[in-house]
Design a protein around this ligand. Structure first.
Ligand code: AR6
Length: 174
């Protein structure tokens, strides 16, 4: 199971996979961080398709084509803004990962790359976010053999180390 989950450091816009996930906002009309990078790399056609989607609720996901990206699809999900942990942030973050994987399955995607959703300007604590991400992905993959590989594409070494530890904890049964 665990070899189907991988952690790498890199730029998600460069990955040649079936689908990359965008840590978007509810407008789906672009922003900073990874969202800005994906829109810049995909080109204006991506924003044009996003305009037809009329936004997305936090914890849900919508899919578009990848346009000028090497990835075939982009799955857009607005993560929760961290407000101290009493507003369902953990459940909403898990729902982001699950919703994206459900859309990947429904669209025949076998390889899916995620960024670290909500841990940038949305300030979700990295340790908690990494554990939720890894456990939710592992839980989904256990019942879905059609997805061959899921990677966490971490932009910086600190983020990568948290996801590595979360994966090690899962493998050790902690
Ligand atoms: N590849 C992979 N990861 C990246 C890249 C990249 N090219 N660029 C940044 N990251 P953030 P959020 C990492 O802030 O917290 C946007 O304005 C980054 O280092 O992009 O979910 C949206 O429009 C961090 O580890 O997303 C929303 O308004 C992670 O991606 C809001 O930000 C997520 O950071 C969403 O905030």
């Amino acid at each position: 199971m665990q070899e189907r989950i991988q952690i790498i450091q890199g730029d998600i816009t460069r990955q040649n996979v079936d689908a990359i996930v965008n840590a978007a906002n509810c407008s789906l009309l672009g922003g900073g961080g990874v969202d800005g990078a994906i829109h810049r790399a995909a080109g204006p056609e991506l924003l044009a398709e996003c305009r037809t989607l009329h936004g997305c609720e936090t914890g849900k996901a919508k899919i578009t084509k990848g346009y000028r990206l090497p990835a075939k699809y982009v799955i857009h999900t607005p993560g929760p803004i961290w407000q101290g942990g009493r507003y369902g942030e953990r459940e909403l973050l898990a729902s982001c990962y699950r919703s994206c994987l459900e859309l990947a399955s429904a669209n025949g995607c076998k390889t899916v790359d995620f960024p670290s959703i909500s841990t940038g300007v949305y300030h979700f604590p990295l340790k908690c976010a990494s554990q939720i991400a890894i456990r939710t992905i592992a839980g989904y993959l256990a019942g879905h053999p059609e997805i061959e590989r899921v990677r966490m594409v971490c932009f910086d070494a600190d983020t990568e180390s948290f996801y590595r530890r979360a994966l090690e904890e899962l493998e050790a049964g902690v």
